[in-house]
Design a protein around this ligand. Sequence first.
Ligand code: SAM
Length: 234
Amino acid sequence: MRRLLSPFIARRILRHFSSHSEVVQEIDRLTVKSRNHLTPELSLHLITPQCPLWHSPGDECPFDDPFWAFYWPGGQALTRFLLDNSSVTKGHSVLDVGSGCAASAIAAVKSGAQHVTANDICPVAAVAINMNAKLNGTKLSISTDNFIGRPCQHWDVILLGDMFYDPKFADIVFEWLKQMSEQGKAIYIGDPGRLSFVSHPATQHLQRVASYELLDDCKQENNGLTQGSVWKFS
Ligand SMILES: C[S@@+](CC[C@H](N)C(=O)[O-])C[C@H]1O[C@@H](n2cnc3c(N)ncnc32)[C@H](O)[C@@H]1O
């Protein structure tokens, strides 16, 4: 577990950029601070249709797979739920796996969590998480470790926003979540009805605790998805 950016994360980023501050500058230059989502309480550095990069060919993007630059519909639903139900994270130690823009992790801090780790294996996401945490006046820990498949004794609440986009990965994540649930962790998942999620047999262990209609812009950007739901593993 690391606080902010470790030398290891910084070294991985520097393979592509000449300095850490260059990454910060590029994120600032290529994103806008957006509140056009289900949690307007939070301002997030995102690539939106207002950004030239949104309309450019993928090879013009200096970042590999910048998932952190989008606020995924499952993550929006999960974050809305956390902000409206502070008891879920208040006083707890929280791990947000696949944190991306870190909205759910930031919501957990704002809801009074004792400790929050935003976890994403992408080193540029780690920089964006740091920027978004600061933008929203919050402090959290950041880790780029892969915790999936590993014991997680430091945390009692696990969050996953929109992590079920691939059937094989869904198998791996659900197998791990089953073990985490048996160890007594509280697990909350945000998902907009992706096939890999809704068709998975493990969903019989889930209880839907909230559903939200997505904003019109989000519906348009996510072909056909209209709702985001939050599920508790129980
Ligand atoms: C679809 S995005 C969701 C981001 C965010 N939770 C949201 O809802 O806006 C998935 C994120 O998971 C991260 N990721 C993929 N595999 C991971 C793993 N094994 N551990 C941690 N993060 C992972 C990706 O880098 C990406 O940022």
